[in-house]
Ligand binder design. Sequence first.
Ligand code: NVA
Length: 303
Amino acid sequence: MKSKHLLSIMDVSPEEISDLIKSGLQFKESPVGSDLIGKSAALIFEKPSLRTKVSFDVAVTQLGGHPIYLSKDEIGLGTREPISDVARTLSRFVDIIVLRTFSQNNLRDLSDYASVPVINALSDQEHPCQALADLLTIYEKFNGFENIKIAYIGDGNNVAVSLALAAASVGIDFVIASPPQYSIPTNIVEEINKRSLQSNANFSVTSSPSEAVSGANVVYTDVWISMGQEEESDDKLKIFSGFQVNESLLSSTDSSTIFMHPLPAHNEQEISKGLLEHPKSVVFDQAENRLHIQKAILANIIR
Ligand code: NVA
């Protein structure tokens, strides 16, 4: 990778995304590698995590490295110690820093002072590792990215932003159906449009879920209330009530259409009860691919 860090999908070129997908597929075939032998990775998580934390831990271990998990309270990023000091200290011990944090600015500050690569394991603005794993899943399910349309239903959040940027990079059409005030931020739309133009993809926004899923190969949703937004719950539950992915919405799609969700999912909020078990659901294949893509990211960023 040209960029030293992976803070955003904007840090990786369309060619690099394709290479990461190929590398992820190779790691799926052959799970153990030697890329991190003798190396250590600090995994700092300021928010809860199941898939990201475990997949990074296992990925580092299976590449021969040593993962060190650090919680919010242990480190106190910016409270117990300035981010710049944490970055400079950790860079003397470890070879990679993985950070899940509340603010994208924390990632920028950390990477400004770190002399080792920093990977965004989710922030308020982006979830690039999730988006790359999702592309890997879509690639596997459809044997490539030709003539694919993703319909994203719900909040224009970190997951939506990274996925829309990643889709635009590889020529996948993307439509988001959301309440207008919760669509993807306009500065990001500019970058999506730029990448879409280069890859010949189509990006659009709507407030109609049924319009969005028409002709979609992938129906995707995520939580309405992301970690850190809990005090907005009452308002958001009301605003998003018409944006649930359910049996009736999926029944209007083609038999080959797949349903994706990064998890954790909330029954009777963004999905109806039982949707993870729907025949179109690929959510656990999607979760598994987090492990394969984390290895691709780690192996490529360390080079
Ligand atoms: N948008 C969600 C994603 C969780 C994987 C959040 O930030 O909480």
